[in-house]
Design a protein around this ligand. Structure first.
Ligand code: SAM
Ligand code: SF4
Ligand code: SF4
Length: 349
Protein backbone atom coordinates (compact mmCIF):
# COMPACT_ATOMS: atom_id res chain seq x y z
CA UNK A 1 0.00 0.00 0.00
CA UNK A 2 1.53 3.33 -0.97
CA UNK A 3 1.18 6.76 0.61
CA UNK A 4 -2.04 8.64 0.17
CA UNK A 5 -3.04 12.25 0.83
CA UNK A 6 -6.28 10.82 2.28
CA UNK A 7 -4.32 9.46 5.22
CA UNK A 8 -2.38 12.25 6.93
CA UNK A 9 -0.16 11.22 9.81
CA UNK A 10 -2.44 10.96 12.79
CA UNK A 11 -1.46 12.50 16.13
CA UNK A 12 -3.02 11.95 19.52
CA UNK A 13 -4.25 14.54 22.02
CA UNK A 14 -0.67 14.94 23.30
CA UNK A 15 0.87 15.30 19.83
CA UNK A 16 2.23 11.73 19.67
CA UNK A 17 2.30 10.01 16.27
CA UNK A 18 1.17 6.41 15.73
CA UNK A 19 4.27 4.34 14.87
CA UNK A 20 4.18 0.93 16.55
CA UNK A 21 1.56 -1.75 16.45
CA UNK A 22 1.75 -4.66 18.90
CA UNK A 23 -0.49 -7.56 18.11
CA UNK A 24 -1.21 -10.36 20.52
CA UNK A 25 -1.72 -13.48 18.40
CA UNK A 26 -2.68 -15.84 21.20
CA UNK A 27 -3.67 -15.65 24.87
CA UNK A 28 -2.13 -19.08 25.54
CA UNK A 29 1.31 -19.78 26.88
CA UNK A 30 3.37 -22.84 27.79
CA UNK A 31 5.03 -20.92 30.68
CA UNK A 32 3.44 -19.73 33.91
CA UNK A 33 5.76 -16.84 34.74
CA UNK A 34 4.93 -15.82 38.28
CA UNK A 35 4.65 -12.13 37.38
CA UNK A 36 2.53 -12.66 34.28
CA UNK A 37 0.38 -15.81 34.29
CA UNK A 38 0.55 -17.11 37.87
CA UNK A 39 -0.62 -20.72 38.17
CA UNK A 40 -3.21 -19.93 40.81
CA UNK A 41 -5.12 -17.86 38.26
CA UNK A 42 -4.07 -19.50 34.99
CA UNK A 43 -4.66 -23.08 36.14
CA UNK A 44 -6.04 -26.13 34.37
CA UNK A 45 -9.57 -24.75 34.41
CA UNK A 46 -8.69 -21.36 32.97
CA UNK A 47 -10.89 -20.63 29.97
CA UNK A 48 -8.82 -19.41 27.02
CA UNK A 49 -10.43 -17.76 24.05
CA UNK A 50 -12.02 -20.11 21.53
CA UNK A 51 -10.42 -20.14 18.06
CA UNK A 52 -13.39 -18.29 16.57
CA UNK A 53 -12.66 -15.32 18.87
CA UNK A 54 -9.12 -14.87 17.61
CA UNK A 55 -8.40 -12.45 14.81
CA UNK A 56 -7.63 -14.44 11.69
CA UNK A 57 -4.38 -13.88 9.78
CA UNK A 58 -6.40 -12.06 7.12
CA UNK A 59 -7.95 -9.76 9.71
CA UNK A 60 -4.57 -9.05 11.32
CA UNK A 61 -3.04 -8.29 7.92
CA UNK A 62 -5.90 -6.01 6.93
CA UNK A 63 -5.59 -4.11 10.18
CA UNK A 64 -1.82 -3.82 9.88
CA UNK A 65 -2.13 -2.50 6.32
CA UNK A 66 -4.54 0.22 7.44
CA UNK A 67 -2.40 1.06 10.48
CA UNK A 68 0.60 1.40 8.13
CA UNK A 69 -1.29 4.01 6.12
CA UNK A 70 -1.72 5.99 9.34
CA UNK A 71 1.96 5.99 10.24
CA UNK A 72 2.76 2.56 11.69
CA UNK A 73 6.25 1.38 10.73
CA UNK A 74 6.85 -1.44 13.18
CA UNK A 75 4.83 -4.49 14.02
CA UNK A 76 5.56 -6.66 17.00
CA UNK A 77 3.84 -10.00 17.42
CA UNK A 78 3.33 -10.99 21.00
CA UNK A 79 0.96 -12.85 23.29
CA UNK A 80 0.71 -15.11 25.36
CA UNK A 81 3.42 -17.03 23.59
CA UNK A 82 3.19 -15.97 19.93
CA UNK A 83 5.14 -18.94 18.58
CA UNK A 84 2.32 -21.19 19.82
CA UNK A 85 0.00 -19.69 17.21
CA UNK A 86 -0.15 -22.31 14.48
CA UNK A 87 1.24 -21.09 11.15
CA UNK A 88 2.88 -17.94 12.54
CA UNK A 89 5.46 -17.79 9.70
CA UNK A 90 2.54 -17.58 7.25
CA UNK A 91 1.28 -14.49 9.06
CA UNK A 92 4.77 -12.97 8.92
CA UNK A 93 4.81 -13.63 5.18
CA UNK A 94 1.48 -11.84 4.76
CA UNK A 95 2.61 -8.87 6.86
CA UNK A 96 5.86 -8.54 4.98
CA UNK A 97 3.95 -7.60 1.81
CA UNK A 98 2.63 -4.42 3.49
CA UNK A 99 4.33 -1.10 2.81
CA UNK A 100 4.52 1.90 5.16
CA UNK A 101 3.01 5.22 4.11
CA UNK A 102 6.36 6.15 2.55
CA UNK A 103 6.75 2.86 0.74
CA UNK A 104 9.08 0.81 2.98
CA UNK A 105 8.42 -2.71 4.20
CA UNK A 106 7.29 -2.91 7.81
CA UNK A 107 9.82 -3.78 10.49
CA UNK A 108 8.40 -7.08 11.80
CA UNK A 109 9.52 -8.52 15.13
CA UNK A 110 8.33 -10.97 17.75
CA UNK A 111 8.65 -11.14 21.52
CA UNK A 112 8.93 -14.75 22.60
CA UNK A 113 9.88 -16.92 25.55
CA UNK A 114 12.19 -18.69 23.08
CA UNK A 115 10.86 -22.18 23.77
CA UNK A 116 10.01 -22.87 20.11
CA UNK A 117 12.65 -20.70 18.45
CA UNK A 118 15.09 -23.52 17.77
CA UNK A 119 12.40 -25.02 15.60
CA UNK A 120 10.84 -21.88 14.05
CA UNK A 121 13.66 -19.32 13.62
CA UNK A 122 14.56 -20.26 10.01
CA UNK A 123 10.92 -20.15 8.85
CA UNK A 124 10.36 -16.77 10.54
CA UNK A 125 13.43 -15.30 8.88
CA UNK A 126 12.47 -16.77 5.54
CA UNK A 127 9.00 -15.22 5.85
CA UNK A 128 10.42 -11.71 6.32
CA UNK A 129 11.00 -11.26 10.03
CA UNK A 130 14.02 -9.13 10.87
CA UNK A 131 14.49 -9.52 14.58
CA UNK A 132 13.37 -11.33 17.70
CA UNK A 133 13.26 -10.37 21.34
CA UNK A 134 13.72 -13.31 23.67
CA UNK A 135 12.61 -13.05 27.27
CA UNK A 136 15.07 -14.65 29.67
CA UNK A 137 15.05 -13.73 33.34
CA UNK A 138 17.98 -15.75 34.64
CA UNK A 139 20.81 -18.05 33.61
CA UNK A 140 20.45 -19.98 36.82
CA UNK A 141 18.23 -22.98 36.24
CA UNK A 142 16.71 -22.98 39.72
CA UNK A 143 15.75 -19.29 39.48
CA UNK A 144 14.54 -19.56 35.88
CA UNK A 145 12.36 -22.60 36.53
CA UNK A 146 10.94 -20.92 39.65
CA UNK A 147 10.01 -17.94 37.48
CA UNK A 148 8.57 -19.84 34.51
CA UNK A 149 6.99 -22.31 36.96
CA UNK A 150 6.86 -25.13 34.39
CA UNK A 151 10.40 -26.51 34.82
CA UNK A 152 11.56 -25.15 31.46
CA UNK A 153 15.39 -25.24 31.42
CA UNK A 154 17.59 -22.26 30.56
CA UNK A 155 19.58 -24.37 28.10
CA UNK A 156 16.62 -24.70 25.72
CA UNK A 157 16.09 -20.93 25.61
CA UNK A 158 19.80 -20.46 24.92
CA UNK A 159 19.51 -22.97 22.07
CA UNK A 160 16.62 -20.93 20.69
CA UNK A 161 18.74 -17.77 20.83
CA UNK A 162 21.55 -19.52 18.96
CA UNK A 163 19.11 -20.78 16.34
CA UNK A 164 17.77 -17.26 15.82
CA UNK A 165 21.31 -15.91 15.39
CA UNK A 166 22.18 -18.73 12.99
CA UNK A 167 19.05 -18.00 10.96
CA UNK A 168 20.21 -14.38 10.55
CA UNK A 169 17.75 -12.76 12.95
CA UNK A 170 18.94 -9.90 15.16
CA UNK A 171 18.40 -10.90 18.79
CA UNK A 172 17.62 -8.83 21.86
CA UNK A 173 17.21 -10.42 25.26
CA UNK A 174 14.73 -9.00 27.79
CA UNK A 175 15.19 -9.61 31.50
CA UNK A 176 12.44 -8.47 33.83
CA UNK A 177 14.11 -7.76 37.16
CA UNK A 178 12.13 -8.56 40.28
CA UNK A 179 13.80 -7.78 43.59
CA UNK A 180 14.44 -10.79 45.79
CA UNK A 181 13.75 -13.13 42.90
CA UNK A 182 16.30 -12.63 40.15
CA UNK A 183 18.21 -9.42 40.89
CA UNK A 184 21.24 -11.53 41.83
CA UNK A 185 21.31 -12.56 38.15
CA UNK A 186 21.88 -9.06 36.76
CA UNK A 187 25.67 -9.45 36.66
CA UNK A 188 25.78 -13.06 35.41
CA UNK A 189 23.37 -12.09 32.59
CA UNK A 190 25.47 -9.04 31.69
CA UNK A 191 28.66 -11.11 31.67
CA UNK A 192 27.08 -13.85 29.56
CA UNK A 193 25.73 -11.59 26.82
CA UNK A 194 28.65 -9.13 26.73
CA UNK A 195 30.49 -9.58 23.46
CA UNK A 196 27.80 -11.76 21.83
CA UNK A 197 26.24 -8.97 19.75
CA UNK A 198 22.87 -9.64 21.44
CA UNK A 199 21.57 -6.57 23.27
CA UNK A 200 20.48 -7.42 26.80
CA UNK A 201 17.76 -5.17 28.17
CA UNK A 202 16.79 -4.92 31.81
CA UNK A 203 13.12 -4.16 32.37
CA UNK A 204 11.68 -2.75 35.56
CA UNK A 205 8.99 -5.02 36.94
CA UNK A 206 5.65 -3.33 36.24
CA UNK A 207 2.22 -3.25 37.80
CA UNK A 208 0.52 -4.62 34.69
CA UNK A 209 -2.77 -6.46 35.09
CA UNK A 210 -4.37 -7.31 38.39
CA UNK A 211 -3.07 -10.80 39.15
CA UNK A 212 0.64 -10.46 39.90
CA UNK A 213 0.33 -8.69 43.28
CA UNK A 214 2.90 -6.04 42.30
CA UNK A 215 4.47 -3.81 44.94
CA UNK A 216 6.95 -0.98 44.45
CA UNK A 217 9.43 -2.73 46.78
CA UNK A 218 9.89 -5.42 44.14
CA UNK A 219 11.10 -2.93 41.53
CA UNK A 220 14.85 -2.60 41.06
CA UNK A 221 15.35 0.89 39.59
CA UNK A 222 17.34 0.92 36.32
CA UNK A 223 19.81 3.31 37.94
CA UNK A 224 20.73 0.51 40.40
CA UNK A 225 21.10 -1.98 37.55
CA UNK A 226 23.51 0.36 35.74
CA UNK A 227 25.45 1.04 38.96
CA UNK A 228 25.90 -2.67 39.66
CA UNK A 229 27.14 -3.43 36.15
CA UNK A 230 29.37 -0.43 35.72
CA UNK A 231 31.16 -1.20 39.00
CA UNK A 232 32.52 -4.35 37.33
CA UNK A 233 32.27 -3.57 33.60
CA UNK A 234 32.37 0.21 33.02
CA UNK A 235 29.55 1.59 30.89
CA UNK A 236 28.89 4.85 29.10
CA UNK A 237 25.59 6.21 27.88
CA UNK A 238 24.86 6.40 24.13
CA UNK A 239 22.29 8.38 22.19
CA UNK A 240 18.92 6.84 21.33
CA UNK A 241 18.50 5.29 17.87
CA UNK A 242 15.33 7.29 17.37
CA UNK A 243 13.06 9.54 19.38
CA UNK A 244 10.59 7.55 21.44
CA UNK A 245 12.90 4.59 22.01
CA UNK A 246 11.80 2.92 25.24
CA UNK A 247 15.20 1.57 26.23
CA UNK A 248 17.97 3.90 27.37
CA UNK A 249 21.17 2.70 25.68
CA UNK A 250 24.54 2.08 27.33
CA UNK A 251 27.72 0.53 25.97
CA UNK A 252 30.70 -1.16 27.55
CA UNK A 253 33.70 1.14 27.50
CA UNK A 254 35.93 -1.76 26.43
CA UNK A 255 33.94 -2.31 23.22
CA UNK A 256 32.01 -5.34 24.56
CA UNK A 257 28.73 -4.14 23.06
CA UNK A 258 25.53 -2.54 24.17
CA UNK A 259 22.87 -3.01 26.84
CA UNK A 260 19.58 -1.23 27.50
CA UNK A 261 17.41 -0.38 30.47
CA UNK A 262 13.67 0.09 30.28
CA UNK A 263 12.63 2.24 33.22
CA UNK A 264 8.88 1.99 32.84
CA UNK A 265 8.38 2.66 36.54
CA UNK A 266 11.12 5.04 37.67
CA UNK A 267 11.44 7.14 34.50
CA UNK A 268 8.26 6.96 32.52
CA UNK A 269 8.37 7.63 28.81
CA UNK A 270 4.70 8.32 28.10
CA UNK A 271 5.58 11.63 26.43
CA UNK A 272 7.06 9.76 23.48
CA UNK A 273 4.85 6.65 23.49
CA UNK A 274 3.79 5.89 19.92
CA UNK A 275 2.38 2.39 20.53
CA UNK A 276 -1.01 0.91 20.01
CA UNK A 277 -1.90 -2.63 21.06
CA UNK A 278 -4.38 -5.08 19.64
CA UNK A 279 -5.49 -7.94 21.86
CA UNK A 280 -5.92 -11.53 20.72
CA UNK A 281 -9.60 -10.99 20.06
CA UNK A 282 -9.12 -7.74 18.21
CA UNK A 283 -9.63 -5.08 20.83
CA UNK A 284 -7.54 -1.96 20.40
CA UNK A 285 -5.82 -0.52 23.48
CA UNK A 286 -4.08 2.83 23.47
CA UNK A 287 -2.06 2.06 26.62
CA UNK A 288 -0.57 -1.02 28.28
CA UNK A 289 -2.47 -0.03 31.40
CA UNK A 290 -5.78 0.63 29.70
CA UNK A 291 -8.89 -0.68 31.36
CA UNK A 292 -10.95 -1.00 28.22
CA UNK A 293 -10.42 -1.50 24.51
CA UNK A 294 -12.20 -0.77 21.25
CA UNK A 295 -13.73 -3.61 19.28
CA UNK A 296 -12.04 -3.84 15.87
CA UNK A 297 -13.02 -7.45 15.27
CA UNK A 298 -16.74 -6.66 15.51
CA UNK A 299 -16.29 -3.82 13.08
CA UNK A 300 -14.37 -5.95 10.59
CA UNK A 301 -16.81 -8.85 10.86
CA UNK A 302 -19.75 -6.52 10.31
CA UNK A 303 -18.38 -5.80 6.83
CA UNK A 304 -16.97 -2.30 7.28
CA UNK A 305 -14.91 -0.76 4.47
CA UNK A 306 -11.18 -0.03 4.79
CA UNK A 307 -12.05 3.68 4.95
CA UNK A 308 -14.41 3.10 7.87
CA UNK A 309 -11.85 0.97 9.69
CA UNK A 310 -9.14 3.57 9.08
CA UNK A 311 -11.44 6.36 10.25
CA UNK A 312 -12.27 4.44 13.44
CA UNK A 313 -8.57 3.85 14.16
CA UNK A 314 -7.65 7.48 13.46
CA UNK A 315 -10.43 8.82 15.68
CA UNK A 316 -9.41 6.62 18.59
CA UNK A 317 -5.80 7.70 18.19
CA UNK A 318 -6.72 11.40 17.98
CA UNK A 319 -8.61 11.14 21.27
CA UNK A 320 -5.77 9.29 23.02
CA UNK A 321 -4.63 10.99 26.20
CA UNK A 322 -3.01 8.06 28.09
CA UNK A 323 0.01 8.56 30.33
CA UNK A 324 -0.43 5.99 33.06
CA UNK A 325 3.24 5.70 34.02
CA UNK A 326 3.63 9.44 34.38
CA UNK A 327 0.62 9.54 36.66
CA UNK A 328 1.96 6.55 38.60
CA UNK A 329 5.22 8.41 39.18
CA UNK A 330 3.30 11.45 40.34
CA UNK A 331 1.07 9.13 42.43
CA UNK A 332 -1.97 11.20 41.68
CA UNK A 333 -5.31 10.44 43.31
CA UNK A 334 -6.67 9.29 39.94
CA UNK A 335 -4.53 6.16 40.32
CA UNK A 336 -6.65 4.80 43.13
CA UNK A 337 -10.01 3.19 42.62
CA UNK A 338 -9.30 2.52 38.94
CA UNK A 339 -11.13 -0.15 37.05
CA UNK A 340 -9.45 -3.57 36.66
CA UNK A 341 -6.41 -3.43 34.37
CA UNK A 342 -6.00 -5.76 31.43
CA UNK A 343 -3.65 -8.74 31.88
CA UNK A 344 -0.30 -8.65 30.04
CA UNK A 345 -0.89 -12.12 28.58
CA UNK A 346 -4.09 -10.84 26.92
CA UNK A 347 -2.94 -7.46 25.67
CA UNK A 348 0.64 -8.55 24.87
CA UNK A 349 3.76 -7.01 26.40
N1 SAM B 1 5.46 -14.83 25.90
C1 SAM B 1 6.29 -13.87 25.29
C2 SAM B 1 7.49 -13.54 26.16
O1 SAM B 1 7.46 -13.86 27.35
O2 SAM B 1 8.41 -12.94 25.64
C3 SAM B 1 5.57 -12.60 24.86
C4 SAM B 1 4.54 -12.04 25.78
S1 SAM B 1 5.16 -11.42 27.32
C5 SAM B 1 3.67 -10.86 28.08
C6 SAM B 1 6.02 -9.97 26.79
C7 SAM B 1 7.04 -9.43 27.74
O3 SAM B 1 6.40 -8.89 28.87
C8 SAM B 1 8.05 -10.42 28.28
O4 SAM B 1 9.36 -9.94 28.03
C9 SAM B 1 7.78 -10.45 29.76
O5 SAM B 1 8.93 -10.72 30.50
C10 SAM B 1 7.23 -9.08 29.97
N2 SAM B 1 6.42 -8.94 31.20
C11 SAM B 1 5.39 -9.71 31.60
N3 SAM B 1 4.90 -9.28 32.77
C12 SAM B 1 5.64 -8.19 33.12
C13 SAM B 1 5.64 -7.29 34.22
N4 SAM B 1 4.77 -7.40 35.22
N5 SAM B 1 6.56 -6.30 34.23
C14 SAM B 1 7.45 -6.16 33.22
N6 SAM B 1 7.50 -6.96 32.16
C15 SAM B 1 6.62 -7.98 32.11
FE1 SF4 C 1 4.09 -16.59 28.98
FE2 SF4 C 1 5.51 -14.53 28.25
FE3 SF4 C 1 3.75 -14.25 30.22
FE4 SF4 C 1 5.91 -15.71 30.64
S1 SF4 C 1 5.85 -13.50 30.20
S2 SF4 C 1 3.80 -16.31 31.16
S3 SF4 C 1 6.30 -16.59 28.66
S4 SF4 C 1 3.28 -14.69 28.13
FE1 SF4 D 1 2.63 4.32 26.70
FE2 SF4 D 1 0.74 3.86 28.52
FE3 SF4 D 1 3.21 2.90 28.87
FE4 SF4 D 1 2.73 5.55 29.10
S1 SF4 D 1 1.94 3.93 30.42
S2 SF4 D 1 4.45 4.57 27.99
S3 SF4 D 1 1.14 5.81 27.52
S4 SF4 D 1 1.78 2.32 27.22
Amino acid sequence: MGSSPDYPLVRDARGRALRDLRISVTDRCNFRCVYCMPKEIFGRDFQYLPKSSLLTFEEITRLAGIAALHGVEKIRLTGGEPLLRVGLPDLVGMLSAIRTSDGHPLDIAVTTNGSALAHLAPALKEAGMSRVTVSLDSLDNATFTAMNDVDFPVSRVLKGIDAARDAGLAVKVNMVVKRGFNDQDILPMARHFKGTGHILRFIEYMDVGSTNGWTMNEVVPSADVIARITAEMPLEVIVPNYSGETAARWRYQDGGGEIGVISSVTQSFCGSCTRVRVSTEGRLFTCLFATEGHDLRGLMRSGCSDEQLGGFLANIWRARDDRYSELRSAQTPSMTGRAKKIEMSYIGG
